[in-house]
Design a protein around this ligand. Structure first.
Ligand SMILES: *[C@@H]1O[C@H](CO)[C@@H](O)[C@H](O)[C@H]1NC(C)=O
Ligand SMILES: *[C@@H]1O[C@H](CO)[C@@H](O)[C@H](O)[C@H]1NC(C)=O
Ligand SMILES: *[C@@H]1O[C@H](CO)[C@@H](O)[C@H](O)[C@H]1NC(C)=O
Ligand SMILES: *[C@@H]1O[C@H](CO)[C@@H](O)[C@H](O)[C@H]1NC(C)=O
Ligand SMILES: *[C@@H]1O[C@H](CO)[C@@H](O)[C@H](O)[C@H]1NC(C)=O
Ligand SMILES: *[C@@H]1O[C@H](CO)[C@@H](O)[C@H](O)[C@H]1NC(C)=O
Ligand SMILES: *[C@@H]1O[C@H](CO)[C@@H](O)[C@H](O)[C@H]1NC(C)=O
Ligand SMILES: *[C@@H]1O[C@H](CO)[C@@H](O)[C@H](O)[C@H]1NC(C)=O
Length: 415
């Protein structure tokens, strides 16, 4: 057994094709760019008929062949292979505007003498921000409820994608056919060509107070229907923002109804807490609020506010359950503000001085860089003349361009 393995390796080495596959891991935030590394360990004999291919599963991502870059249909205008680096045996692939569906295993394959050789593998994970659990929106406005998933496909159609509000189906795609609940007709959509990219977000065109509720997105993956994002959507006719200083008081106008409840969702929190109930001008508050609240006609006054009071106050009609108003409050700590204002002049002056020194210095540096880059260019010209028979790649002018541009920029700073 052992002998066989060694012999196998020897044969491969003899043929110069030791399949030493390097596996990498890469993470990227949705929409950002990422470079998938791939180096030809030997980086020799890069010839004019270089054929390098990037694959993920069955899909071609990008191919460099006969000096041309070909992009797979899912990657049009989103990938790049640096021709300058290819020449040095660096076949790393840049993917821009990453989509959720870009997650997966990528292979970097070199084709040589009709034989393919996998040079590297990269596991790419595209990360999405955790969806907001609670969303507050003024009625009439649009809103996007985010949801992402690796959806099963049946042919060219998504197998199953659905949004529900409580138990009511809002919108659904099932093997190419679309269902929209009459209540949401013309107001919601889940775009078919976005599902392709793993984006099953619900686009709400125009919201109404009745749309309030829990929204859950479902999709079929590996033949299982599973829930993804859960969003508590609150739609209100009255939405306002208040900023106040710590220690002061805030006024929350209440509707004229006899039965009103007030609750609070702290910033960054995920649990709504009860604050007060108002019934026929009688105020009943939870212990944390009893000594800090008073009712003046139809205005609730909250005193001694502190930064932990920053968040969202929700006023509901207890009879109908409707959200009557939402007030988003941000409390600033006055004490620290004053102190920072007192000394803030010093860092500003220091900043200005540093900036002046830096801009003068960069002006000087730039001329140096230009000199260096001019001599580099002369050297490069000589080099390229030698290499023209290779006729593989364009000579690069990047360094000179950058030097010139940054000189112009520093000139602007100096003025
Ligand atoms: C790719 O870019 C070209 C040129 O900017 C543009 O004409 C084409 O529509 C783009 N294709 C896609 C699929 O975005
Ligand atoms: C959203 O509203 C615009 C007009 O305001 C309309 O053209 C568009 O079709 C609507 N989208 C959906 C999904 O209903
Ligand atoms: C969902 O939001 C409403 C405010 O509109 C709130 O009353 C309710 O408690 C929230 N649910 C949870 C579980 O936080
Ligand atoms: C609002 O409250 C006042 C008393 O504070 C009452 O006289 C008036 O009828 C109320 N209006 C409505 C529409 O309930
Ligand atoms: C709510 O937040 C707490 C920490 O603030 C966390 O432990 C808990 O898991 C969160 N609950 C949910 C449902 O996200
Ligand atoms: C509210 O104030 C009373 C006295 O004015 C005090 O006895 C009580 O402990 C206070 N409650 C809270 C929750 O601070
Ligand atoms: C609040 O109530 C007082 C009587 O308690 C009344 O004089 C005043 O006009 C009311 N203010 C408003 C804005 O309704
Ligand atoms: C909106 O709030 C104001 C007070 O801030 C109130 O007079 C008005 O009736 C509210 N509108 C609705 C639809 O609740």
């Amino acid at each position: 057994m052992m002998w066989k393995v060694i012999l196998y390796c020897c044969l491969l080495t003899e043929a110069g094709r030791l399949p030493m596959v390097l596996a990498h891991q890469a993470d990227v935030q949705l929409g950002s760019s990422v470079t998938l590394p791939c180096l030809d360990i030997k980086h020799t004999d890069i010839t004019a008929d270089l054929d390098i291919q990037w694959w993920t599963g069955e899909h071609l991502v990008t191919r460099f062949q006969l000096g041309k870059i070909i992009q797979g249909s899912r990657y049009i205008n989103r990938t790049d292979l640096s021709t300058k680096r290819l020449r040095k045996g660096d076949f790393s692939l840049l993917i821009t505007h990453t989509e959720y569906s870009d997650s997966g295993q990528y292979q970097c394959v070199l084709i040589k003498n009709g034989q393919s050789m996998t040079l590297g593998e990269v596991d790419l994970e595209v990360k999405v921000r955790r969806p907001q659990r609670a969303l507050f929106i003024k009625s009439g406005q649009g809103v996007l409820l985010s949801c992402f998933g690796h959806v099963d496909w049946s042919g060219s159609e998504a197998a199953f994608v659905q949004w529900k509000r409580w138990t009511q189906v809002v919108v659904q795609w099932k093997s190419g056919s679309l269902f929209v609940d009459p209540m949401f007709e013309g107001r919601v959509s889940v775009l078919k060509d976005r599902i392709k990219h793993g984006d099953i977000s619900l686009i709400f065109n125009d919201t109404r107070p009745d749309d309030q509720g829990y929204y859950v997105c479902f999709f079929k993956k590996n033949n299982d229907i599973r829930p993804a994002a859960v969003i508590n959507l609150t739609v209100t006719e009255n939405m306002s923002r208040i900023t106040a200083d710590s220690g002061s008081q805030i006024q929350l106008p209440l509707p004229n109804e006899s039965q009103v409840s007030l609750s609070f969702l702290p910033d960054g929190g995920n649990l709504t807490v009860s604050v007060c109930e108002v019934e026929r001008h009688l105020l009943t508050c939870t212990s944390h609020y009893t000594n800090r609240t008073l009712l003046h006609n139809t205005t609730l006054i909250l005193t001694n506010i502190t930064p932990p009071d920053s968040g969202t106050f929700i006023v509901r009609d207890r009879g109908t359950g409707r959200t009557r108003s939402v007030v988003i409050i941000q409390i600033f700590n006055v004490g620290t503000n004053k102190i920072t204002f007192g000394i803030s002049i010093i860092p500003i002056v220091a900043g200005v001085v540093i900036l002046v020194v830096l801009s003068a210095f960069s002006g000087y540096c730039c001329h140096k860089i230009q000199k260096v880059s001019r001599s580099m260019e002369r050297n490069r010209k000589k080099e390229t003349e030698k290499e023209t028979e290779m006729n593989l790649l364009q000579p690069t002018e990047v360094i000179t361009h950058e030097a010139t541009r940054s000189c112009n920029e520093s000139a602007i700073i100096e003025i």
